[in-house]
Design a protein around this ligand. Structure first.
Ligand SMILES: [Zn+2]
Length: 295
């Protein structure tokens, strides 16, 4: 098994911008005995997302991507979001449990349901095996994202984090909007709490000016990674970006479609604007006597 994440550092001068792609991993462990066919389980993936955003490296951004699949363990969930129904009666989760709407939908830390609502497993899980998934995948991924964000924040005094995802074009039964067609791009800042308003507005404008429809906090507000890292008062800005999968791939076969190259090209432009915004903001900070940019 490969390491649970890959970190790509920029090939040009480093910018205070970190991207992470928690759901695009495709390395399915041999012992993953999911019940539905692999093509159904793979609907949990944000296939291609890390590859689509990789051009951000040329602008100075750092990219961390997970290699393990989201259906194995979901790094965009808190450890407390663990569904007791996964375990046999008598097995008790030793840590704290704080269930969210995601677990109610069957898609908490370890997914109980697959796309379409079929059970993910034909058996109960053990506490041991879930703890192993946390130790081998969830924790190393969280550490890698936190390290990248900390390094940039320490060097620059502020950091802009983009949490990169994709979404089905239409909600299914394990979503909050079954049957509804989504916008091309959904930005999530947990109702304005995980980044400065100007960052959300800038990214919305970057996409809208290229012809994409953009929704904000609807239906996705952002989950664990932006919640954990977004502290705008400390100069830590985290924004979740969801791309509609039909912009770039066939949802049934996972093959890139005719829109893939255009989206990849447009994401490079969005990344360029994010980096420019970050550098402008730092300039304004040092002029106003805030953090300087001397490293
Ligand atoms: Zn995702």
């Amino acid at each position: 098994m490969r390491p649970p994440f890959v970190r790509h550092d920029p090939v040009v001068a480093v910018a205070p911008v970190v991207l992470d792609s928690p759901h695009s991993g495709e390395d399915y462990p041999a012992e993953f005995d999911h019940a539905p066919p692999r093509a159904i389980v793979r609907q949990a993936e944000d296939t291609h997302v890390a590859r689509l955003w990789r051009s951000a490296l040329a602008h100075g951004a750092t990219l961390v991507e997970a290699t393990f699949p989201r259906a194995w363990i979901d790094p965009n969930r808190a450890l407390e979001d663990i569904d007791p129904a996964l375990f046999a009666p008598g097995e008790r989760w030793p840590g704290p449990v704080a269930l969210t709407r995601k677990t109610e939908l069957g898609i908490g830390l370890v997914w109980r349901l697959a796309h379409g609502g079929a059970p993910m497993y034909a058996r109960s899980l053990t506490v041991d095996e879930v703890e192993r998934r946390i130790a081998q995948c969830w924790s190393p991924y969280h550490d890698a994202v936190a390290d990248a964000i900390e390094e940039r924040h320490r060097a620059f005094g502020a950091v802009w984090h983009v949490n990169c995802h994709s979404m089905p074009a239409v909600g299914d039964v394990i979503s909050d909007d079954p049957g509804r067609e989504r916008a091309d791009v959904v930005l999530g800042d947990r109702d304005g709490t995980t980044c400065e308003a100007a960052f959300t507005a800038l990214v919305a404008d970057a996409f809208a000016s290229m012809g994409y429809s953009v929704a904000i906090n609807d239906p996705y507000k952002g989950v664990e990674l932006v919640r954990k890292h977004g502290r705008p008062a400390e100069g830590r800005h985290s924004l979740q970006v969801e791309l509609k999968r039909t912009l770039y791939m066939d949802e049934a076969t996972f093959e890139p479609n005719e829109g893939y190259a255009r989206l990849q090209h447009d994401l490079a432009r969005v990344a360029g604007r994010i980096v420019a915004h970050a550098r402008d903001s730092l300039g304004a900070l040092s002029v106003s006597g805030g953090h300087s940019n001397d490293r």
